[in-house]
Design a protein around this ligand. Structure first.
Ligand code: NAP
Ligand code: G4F
Length: 324
């Protein structure tokens, strides 16, 4: 009988890591989830399947921990989803962001090169690399113009992945993923801040919601659709770079209309624009061309913008009602 495939997921406690780990379990994988030390447990997103995966200690800031994890557990695939992923924090902590989001990629790639260069690798690259966009929509060949220390760090991570592929013949792929959200999105990101805020106001737990730039536009998809694309990349005979996106853009304002509208409220009565939430440099509009992912991977998103907003508000209403 053949051995099950074994995958290491860094960032397993995050939004994407939790969905990817569940997806891989469904595909029959042995799943290893890398977690860093914390003074309090933060396993909310994985507690419902935690007993079906193996948690292994490691940190992208610590090279030896990565080599040890690979030597001890011998995965056949590594998905590098760990990063300092919140754009505003990258201005207040640019060096930490560079250490984790940029150099962390080299550390894990080099650990793979040392322990077993046949391990297949996925790097979580980002549409933030396009920043001040050079063309619309953006595809795998669109030049990068990052607008934040986070975007700059992701450009490094993307190119070091290509470099290890070309220098050592490693099966290393880079997914250039546009924004993707879910019920498990961190509360600081704008969609979840709005869905949670609308639910709180509806339940009488808050009176207003403070936001920054309402005119920013993003290409928003649903996270479980996007982790499927990550896996498909790693299963290809040849590694490569793939844009993953819906091809449709919407503004922050539209998300507010949908989320508040779903609970019968007019967002304009509750929204306060807060200049402190405006970024030093903004990415005004992103929209991706995922035709390569459709052609080569057979990938297409299943959940659209409106359904996404409704799912998130409904989940927050349930969450807040049980915590009342
Ligand atoms: P997330 O929810 O913020 O999760 C980030 C994960 O990285 C968490 O598990 C976090 O662990 C872990 N982490 C942070 N620093 C680490 C370190 N030094 N060592 C080990 N683990 C560390 O992010 P996400 O939305 O799931 O995104 C996953 C990846 O895709 C990230 O690389 C992100 O930059 C990228 N990306 C996301 C999107 C999107 O729209 N979601 C789009 C494009 C690219 P703790 O729980 O301990 O903090
Ligand atoms: O939800 P956001 O914080 O996501 P952002 O900056 O686009 O980054 C996310 O997507 C990237 C992919 O493009 C990932 F690589 C990255 O890791 C992360 O997952 O902000 C979206 C937009 C921005 O233009 C921001 O200025 O919403 C605008 N916005 C307006 N008011 C706000 C707020 N963003 C946040 N977080 N909070 C606000 O109050």
């Amino acid at each position: 009988m053949s051995q099950p495939k074994r995958a290491l997921v860094t960032g397993v406690t995050g939004q994407d890591g939790s969905y990817l780990a569940e997806f891989l379990l469904g595909q029959g994988y042995d799943v290893l989830g890398m977690v860093r030390r914390s003074s309090t447990l933060n396993f909310e997103r994985i507690h419902h399947f935690q007993d079906r995966i193996t948690l292994v200690p490691g940190d992208l800031l610590d090279q030896v921990s990565l080599i040890d994890v690979l030597r001890e557990h011998r995965p056949t695939e590594v998905y590098n989803l760990a990063a300092q992923s919140f754009v505003p924090t990258s201005w207040s902590q640019p060096v930490l962001t560079g250490e984790a989001t940029a150099l962390g990629v080299t550390r894990i790639l080099d650990a793979i090169r040392i322990v077993d260069p046949d391990i297949r690798f996925y790097q979580a690259s980002s549409s933030e690399m396009f920043g001040k966009v050079r063309e619309t929509p953006q595809n795998e060949l669109t030049p990068f113009y990052p607008r934040s220390p986070y975007g700059v760090a992701k450009v490094y991570g993307h190119w070091i992945t290509i470099n290890y592929r070309e220098s050592y013949g490693m099966h290393a792929s880079s997914g250039i993923l546009f924004n993707h959200e879910s019920e498990r999105r961190g509360l600081e990101f704008v969609t979840r801040k709005i869905s949670h805020g609308a639910a709180r106001i509806k339940l009488g737990q808050a009176k207003e919601l403070r936001l920054g730039n309402l005119d920013a536009e993003r290409d928003w998809g649903y996270a479980p659709d996007y982790v499927r694309a990550m896996w498909l990349m790693v299963q290809q005979d040849e590694p490569g770079d793939f844009v993953v996106a819906t091809g449709k853009r919407h503004s922050v304002r539209e998300f507010c209309e949908l989320a508040f509208g779903h609970v019968g409220l007019d967002y304009r009565e509750y929204l306060v624009q807060d200049p402190r939430l405006i970024r030093p440099a903004e990415v005004d509009t992103l929209v991706g061309d995922a035709s390569k992912a459709a052609r080569v991977l057979g990938w297409a998103p299943e959940v659209g913008f409106e359904e996404l907003a409704v799912r998130m508000v409904e989940a927050d209403l349930r969450l807040l009602a049980t915590n009342q």
